[in-house]
Design a protein around this ligand. Structure first.
Ligand code: 5AD
Ligand code: SF4
Length: 427
């Protein structure tokens, strides 16, 4: 008998990419094979994101298309939209199974149990998920991704994550270390620790800094990275780790969200701009060349022109290596949704101004590398070009045809810099 096939579509953040990889591994282990097209798959998994609007509209329109092109497939909606909109999905679409962010490990079982009735499992049980999911990683990158915690207790007034991912849960350090060792034994060179708030990591025995030291000392971990951190939870010890741990890469994503303390208060961020800048100062003292990056939201309810200008000023002060920036998008059920909203044109104008400033500083940051040598973990060699990430996480290109370099760390002397990448020659 021919194997059953599956197709996975992923929207959203690195955590969703990670989750989809685990779902893929699980289905492969259960004898399914992967296809690249939803039209031919026996099982379709849609791993959704709800951080900003449009995500659920995209889901509903894709489900409408599947109804026409592949109505007999078993359709599974997973991820953040599944967690918060399960009723709407089962009532209005052809989806057969709705599975929440903590229940992916049950997908094969739910497929087996599926009869006439649609199935929904949106319980919050993070420990059960982490104990049951495979530790293997299907994606063929040189980086091993490990979720070390999930969920969030911060409740920023704009954010839906505490409702889609639940409260904070930190995995035992022994499990994380075992997973890292396993991934290294499978050939990964870099370990990337993931979570909504990695630096809030806390168990009975370990905090985030302890975990950094434990993972960094595993033989074979050539590079260690992590994302995302909450500014006021960044401890002195975690900052100092950037001075003390040679294989901890000089990169820190520390989302400020806004450059005005009153806006931060209204967002329920637990720090002022001054406190944020104090952290940045400590980070630069520990590792002067570090690449600091951030997320920003413009057009949050009530944001005045002066308050917005303070966000632009913050970008200039911190000299970010790069930033993501977004127009505020009201999320159902969050406190900011009920506040008075800004006109769309103002949001758009502010976003354009902020992005121009971010780009300018991104270019300035990258220009500093011209004439310097960076060390690149080679991801691919294609069309006569080698590509990978430097220590500071920039994408680096160099002319090269030698495919055997994939997976090794090579020295590249930088000859030119763009806003999004560096180019150089192998030395
Ligand atoms: N509107 C716009 N941006 C948002 N983010 C989170 N929620 C919203 C929202 N409602 C942004 C934040 C966060 C990033 C992952 O997405 O900047 O850090
Ligand atoms: Fe959302 Fe704030 Fe939690 Fe980040 S810290 S996931 S922005 S609620």
């Amino acid at each position: 008998m021919q194997n059953k096939t599956f197709y996975i579509k992923t929207w959203g953040c690195q955590m969703n990419v990670y989750d989809s990889d685990k779902i893929k591994t699980l289905l492969l282990q259960h004898g399914y094979s992967a296809v690249e097209d939803e039209k031919t798959a026996d099982v379709i998994v849609l791993n959704t994101c709800s951080i900003r609007e449009n995500a659920s509209e995209k889901l509903f329109s894709l489900l409408g298309r599947i109804k026409k092109t592949n109505p007999n497939a078993i359709t599974i909606v997973a991820g953040c939209v599944a967690q918060v909109e399960s009723k709407k999905i089962t009532k209005n679409t052809i989806a057969d199974i709705v599975v929440g962010t903590h229940m992916y490990h049950k997908i094969p079982q739910l497929i087996a149990e599926l009869k006439e009735e649609k199935l929904v499992d949106i319980e919050f049980k993070p420990y059960e998920k982490f104990d049951s999911l495979p530790v293997d990683q299907e994606s063929s990158t040189q980086t091993g991704y490990i979720a070390i915690q999930e969920g969030c207790n911060h409740f920023c007034t704009y954010c839906i994550v505490p409702f889609t991912r639940g409260r904070e849960y930190s995995r035992p350090a022994e499990d994380i270390v075992a997973e890292a060792k396993h991934l290294i034994s499978k050939g990964k060179k870099e370990i990337f620790l993931l979570g909504q708030n990695v630096n809030c990591y806390k168990t009975d025995n370990d905090d985030f800094a302890d975990l950094l030291y434990k993972v960094a000392e595993i033989p074979g971990v050539e590079r260690l990275r992590y994302m995302t951190s909450y500014p006021s939870d960044m401890t002195d010890r975690a900052i100092e780790a950037h001075k003390n741990i040679p294989n901890l890469m000089p990169y820190m994503h520390l989302p400020a969200q806004a450059g005005d303390s009153d806006v931060l208060k209204s967002m329920n961020r637990e720090y002022t701009v001054e406190e944020y800048l104090e952290k940045i100062d400590l980070v630069y003292k520990a590792r002067p060349d570090i690449a600091i990056t951030s997320d920003f939201i413009v057009g949050f309810p009530g944001e005045t022109e002066e308050q917005f200008q303070r966000t632009v000023e913050l970008v200039k002060k911190v000299k970010y290596a790069s930033c993501y920036s977004f127009k505020y998008s009201p999320r159902p059920g969050t406190p900011a949704e009920k506040m008075e909203q800004m006109p769309e044109e103002i949001k758009e104008k502010r976003l354009a101004i902020l992005q121009a400033t971010i780009k300018e500083y991104q270019q300035k940051f990258n220009n500093k590398f011209i004439g310097k040598t960076v060390h690149v973990l080679v991801e691919k060699v294609e069309n006569g070009q080698l590509n990978g990430r430097g220590e500071h996480f920039q994408s680096v290109f160099a002319n090269n045809e030698d495919k055997s370099l994939v997976g090794s760390i090579v020295a590249v002397k930088i000859t030119s810099a763009g806003t999004n990448s560096l180019t150089g020659e192998l030395v």
